[in-house]
Design a protein around this ligand. Sequence first.
Ligand code: 5RP
Length: 237
Amino acid sequence: MAFAKHSGNDITRQEKQQAAAAALRWVRSGMQLGLGTGSTAAEFITLLGQAVRNGELQVEAVATSLASEKLARAVGIPLLPPRRGLRLDLTIDGADELDNQLQLIKGGGGALLREKVVATASDYLLIIADASKHVAQLGRFPLPLEVVPFALPWVLDAVADLGGAPKLRLDKTNPAEPARSDQGNLLVDCYFGALLNPPELAQQLQQIPGIVEHGLFLGLARAAVVAQADTTLVLQP
Ligand code: 5RP
C-alpha cells in the first residue's frame, strides 16, 4: 500500500487553513474588520469571503495591503476606506514570530506599517499562525523595518550601532531592484540575534529618523490561534 507523502509545506499550509478557520468563530455579523497580509491572512480572507457570499456573515473591512485588498475584493468582502473616527471591532492577521506574551515580529510580507496602523485602530487584534511561528524567544526571524529611501545609509549605520546586522530586502521578481512597500519605501531586515528586551529595542528603533515603522508589535495582540497538526491552541497574554 502506498502512503501519500506530506511535505513540511503541506503541513504548514494545513495549519494556516486550520488557524484561519478557527478565527472565523471570532467574527460576528455587523463587525468592521481589519484584514491582515500574508499567506495565513489570505487563507482567512478566502474563508471569510465564502461566508459573506453564502450570506452567513455581513461585514465590512479595511485591508492592510494592496494584495489583501485585491483578494478581499475578488472574494466579495465589502471594503472600507480609512476615515476619522473609525474603530475596527476585530483585526485578523498573521505573524512571522510570536511568543507566549504575544509579542510579535511582523513585516515578512512588507506590510508592517499598514498592519500596525490597522492593529492600533482595532479593539481586538487576533493573530493566526501555524506552529512554526510560535517561539520561546523572538529573534530568529530578522526584524523588518520600513525605511524612507533618502535615509537608508544612515539607518543602516544606526542599526549596526545597535548591534544589528541590517540587510536591504530585494525584490523577489527582480533581485536587481530593492523591494518596496505599498508606500514606495524600502524594507530592511535586521538580524539582532535573540531579542532579550523587545520593548527597549522598539524604543531605540523609534528614535532613528527615517525608520517609518519597525516590525515589533508589542502589547497589541489580544489573542493568537496557533494550529499544530490537528490541534488548535488559543494563546492569551
Ligand atoms: C506581512 C506579515 C505577515 O503577517 C507575516 O509575514 C506572516 O506571513 P505568512 O502568513 O505568509 O507566514 O507581517 O507583513
